[in-house]
Design a protein. Sequence first.
Length: 330
Amino acid sequence: MSWLEPDPFLRGTAWRDGDRPVRADPADLARLPWDIAQRAALPIGVRLEFTAAPGTRAVRLRYRAALPAAGDTLRALRHGFALWQGSRCLAEVFAEPAEEGTVRIELPPGGGEFTIHLPEGQAPVVRGLRAVGGTLAPAPRRPRWLVHGDSITEGWWATRPARSWPAAAGRLLGLDPVNLGYAGGARGELPLAEQLARLPGELITLAFGTNCWAAVPCSAPLLHETTRAFVTLLRRGHPDTPLLLLSPVLRPAAEHTGNALGATLAELRTAMEEAVRGLMAAGDGRLALLPGGPLLAPEHLADGLHPNDLGHARIAAAVAGALRGARFVP
């Protein structure tokens, strides 16, 4: 049997650079900070979704992946593929690192709808897939959810890609999350707002601000105006799209410590929330706010900043509840 083209099966995709799924507009990289452009090259959240006919024994994937330079300790990391059905991880398969490879993933005999999460850190490009002993078809399309944020949104310290809060909330809500989280970034970069404005989506969530405390320090008034400007630019392309803003979650070391401009994270969080409430009061009826401060406790953080699996699950549940509460999703 010949290999099937992967495009109809891919989900969580934003832009393409040749055959590579990327997370920033390749034609507009020059206006982005270098760290965001670098992180955008990784296909975070990109996955395969398919329906297997009963009796299909397995699916084979043919893929290309990046390998670290010779001598780099990361070069020895195996490539992990996780098979999910609904909210359950059914299996994990690990392949030896290679620039070109194939992997076989066994399926349960009854068929059904499945998701395969890819080894994101190796920048995989799926070249083809095919069924073993049966047939595959692309899974039904779900509403496209654009999720912009920082390393927390990107999924840092979740033990697997499928356990990041956007992936977990996407499963809860039956959405197709497009992960536009950039580790170290999401500081209110206005060119990203313009890129998001051009990107199709039925629902949008913004979850930035923690890197405005130290990475590129903001004052509270500056972040207030940056938040207003970001939403205003985004609304030029999505005037009526449901939009949820999640303010920064707990970061104990920053909550009451002033940054280089004297602002604590608590003050920055308040500034963002006040900006959103102002836009809502001015008539944006498709905008909602989820205050991030109360969502996590210190035990939900893996390193004092990034959530562990339980922390990601708590954010996912809160985001799902906020989207339902705002009647943005059923």
